[in-house]
Design a protein. Structure first.
Ligand SMILES: [Zn+2]
Length: 498
């Protein structure tokens, strides 16, 4: 008997050792090396952060604020006109080699023709408009938001992070290259949308312009991520390159029940049914999927740079998957990375406090993960509420019919390799990671003209400064200006000289 127990314990120990061995081996061999994505970058002209700071300061003082679709309204175009005139006079060498087109009145396109017109061009994008300042927060800024103040090593102002620094450093890069006599082989296009924050009609018109001319882009580069310091998965500075962005749909829940006087209420009135539906949707979130890009790409490409325990968990999802999912789901931003999010935003019911409504409504906004679609979101909602009486779900048409998530751009091509190398160079040897962009950018319109769409700017952003995005105290460090101009120049030359 004792011998049997001894054998049994021996077997258990053996199994445990095998399990540990499997976990460790899987951990050690997990993911791909970042070095595969590094290439030697071309040399580019020198840039001066102080000079760029002056130019950035100048355009930050132009309040190109958009509030609603259709902006700028007639009579309010002044800042947009001043901005494009400023770009004409400040960058003479580039203007001498490039042709400028205006589309949708205020969206600026520059085309710098390459020597080999049989090659598909590249397109670099930024947007001219900015969001307003939240009322009552002006005094929480270290410097006023529309004064272009440079102090303590930072440029302050609405638009520094989103997105005028990209706009100005793309121009600096193009100007320096043109002034140095550089001649691209592959054509370079630049597009500065005028209304990204409200509708993106300018970028849409820009894409129409390219389609009318049968122009496809070898690469599109727009805003999205930066070199983020520290990136949560690696715990250190990492170049984050957006390879996809989420879609958007709002579902209207309609709850119908007997209305009437609140003195004789039935059980399960319209508002109660509606509440049940909202609670059910909150409890049954859309599923997460780590097995497909962009998540699978993101995880495997930073595996080598993860702390051991994190890497072990990802390498052994068969064992640790529930734990990983809980960790991601615990934080709003990381939860949004892994699934389509569910956000009940508007509710309306009765118009009087003593009247029961016959119909009540809720709007639930979903940000669609590339794993899902408008159709699967609607099917999920209908499934979740199927056993709740009186509630129906439809796509809400008031904000448009919704937009699908973007396709996922590849990471096994020259464009990605160039961006990963520029990120590494700009960040002092940091790894690069492909990721999902949680908001919408103007690049969403370009899926018709390119398969290789990336969302990244070669600046280093401390994670705290990300709060400036549409928030208070938006700023960018002065040393980023030289870094970004150099990065954009490297991208132009590496992509356009072959
Ligand atoms: Zn933006």
């Amino acid at each position: 008997m004792l011998k049997r127990i001894g054998q049994f314990i021996g077997l258990l120990v053996l199994l445990a050792l095998v399990l540990v061995a499997v976990v460790v081996v899987r951990t050690m061999t997990f993911g791909k090396s970042n070095d595969a994505n590094r290439m030697e970058l071309p040399s580019v002209p020198e840039f001066s952060s102080d000079e760029i700071a002056t130019h950035l300061s100048d355009i930050l003082q132009l309040p190109t604020i958009t509030l609603t679709a259709g902006d700028p309204r007639p009579g309010q175009e002044g800042p947009w006109i001043e901005l494009r005139d400023y770009l004409q006079t400040t960058y003479p060498a580039f203007n001498a080699v490039a042709e400028r087109h205006l589309v949708a009145e205020h969206t600026i396109l520059y085309g710098w023709q390459g020597s080999d017109t049989s090659l598909d061009p590249i397109l670099l994008m930024a947007h001219q408009d900015v969001v307003p300042i939240n009322l009552g927060t002006e005094d929480q800024w270290d410097a006023p938001p529309f004064a272009g103040i440079v102090q303590d090593g930072y440029v302050y102002g609405r638009g520094t992070v989103d997105n005028k620094t990209s706009l100005i450093t793309i121009m600096e890069a193009a100007e320096a290259l043109a002034a140095s006599g550089y001649q691209p082989t592959r054509s370079i296009w630049i597009m500065f949308g005028h209304d990204e924050e409200v509708s993106g009609s300018g970028a849409q018109a820009g894409v129409d312009f390219f389609q009318e001319r049968d122009i496809r882009m070898e690469m599109v580069l727009d805003e999205g991520y930066f070199i983020v310091d520290p990136f949560p998965l690696t715990g250190s500075s990492t170049g984050v390159i957006g390879i996809a962005e989420k879609g958007y749909v709002t579902i209207r829940l309609t709850s119908t029940a007997q209305g009437g006087h609140s003195s004789t209420p039935p059980r399960n009135s319209a508002n109660v049914q509606l509440s049940r539906a909202l609670v059910a949707l909150d409890e049954q979130q859309m599923p997460a999927d780590f097995s497909r890009p962009p998540m699978s790409e993101m995880i495997s490409s930073v595996a080598a740079d993860m702390p051991f325990m994190t890497r072990m968990a990802f390498a052994n999802q068969w064992l640790f998957r529930p734990m990983i999912e809980d960790q991601f789901a615990a934080d709003g931003a990381s939860n949004a990375m892994i699934r389509t999010t569910t956000a009940p935003t508007m509710i309306s019911g009765s118009i009087k406090e003593n009247v029961l409504p016959q119909n009540s409504y809720a709007l639930v906004n979903f940000r669609i993960h590339p794993n899902d679609s408008v159709e699967t979101v609607l099917a999920h909602v209908r499934d979740v509420i199927s056993d709740i009486d009186g509630v129906t779900a439809d796509v809400d048409q008031s904000g448009g019919i919704g937009s699908e998530a973007s396709p996922v751009s590849p990471t096994e091509n020259r464009a990605y390799q160039v961006l990963a190398s520029v990120a590494s160079d700009a960040g002092g040897g940091v790894p690069a990671v492909p990721a999902l962009v949680l908001g919408a950018t103007d690049s969403r319109w370009t899926t018709e003209i390119s398969d290789n769409i990336y969302r990244f700017a070669p600046g280093v952003l401390p994670i705290g400064d990300l709060q400036g995005f549409h928030g208070t105290n938006e700023r960018i460090s002065v040393d980023n200006l030289e870094r970004m101009a150099r990065g954009y120049a490297q991208i132009m030359v590496a992509m356009s000289s072959e």
